[in-house]
Design a binder for this molecule. Sequence first.
Ligand SMILES: C[S@@+](CC[C@H](N)C(=O)[O-])C[C@H]1O[C@@H](n2cnc3c(N)ncnc32)[C@H](O)[C@@H]1O
Length: 195
Amino acid sequence: MRGGYSLSDYVRTECFALAVKEIYKRQLKGNVAELGVFRGEFAQYINAAFPDKTCYLFDTFDGFDANEALTEMKSGNCTDAFIEAYRQTNVPVVLKRMKYLENIVIQQGYFPESLQGLEDTFCFVSLDVDFEASIYEGLKYFYPRLETGGYLFIHDYNSDLRGVEKAVDRYERDMKLSLCKMPLCDANGTLVVMK
Ligand SMILES: C[S@@+](CC[C@H](N)C(=O)[O-])C[C@H]1O[C@@H](n2cnc3c(N)ncnc32)[C@H](O)[C@@H]1O
């Protein structure tokens, strides 16, 4: 195991470790972020891998937006139980997992409102918000602020959460661009977007 990360999704965490290696090899500027943190399972790897970068963590820390969840349930993309499960978190639970606590900036609330005017650039971002509207907003904010050579990991792109791929397609159409994409065969079909 190269990166020394979790075996719960070997492909995801090892591809992440290799992306980190490239980022440091190229001495990229920019900070790191995750949109969709839940209890910080993946965020802990991001924080630990980048000891010299501010790590922004975006989540309501209270589950999905009710209207967005309803839309997705009506489209058959998820169930009540799925929505309920992601309410079971809070900020202290997340912070307990972080190795470099001094680097963590919590951006609590519904994204994009939770940005509150934040301006920064990024060398690594994990988008893990499951639903079309939020993935789209995440792309709109983070892709233009991604450093050249940086990576966006979009979780669930090739999964039952059909809104994720739709959001990426819509973003490309609306922005009239073709993202540089590499799909992973990890547990939840992560899409890696490079710049
Ligand atoms: C699948 S979970 C994230 C899992 C997490 N990355 C992990 O490693 O376990 C999705 C999270 O996205 C959050 N979320 C979804 N849409 C959001 C939005 N627009 N703003 C803030 N948080 C959002 C939910 O509250 C939930 O905690």
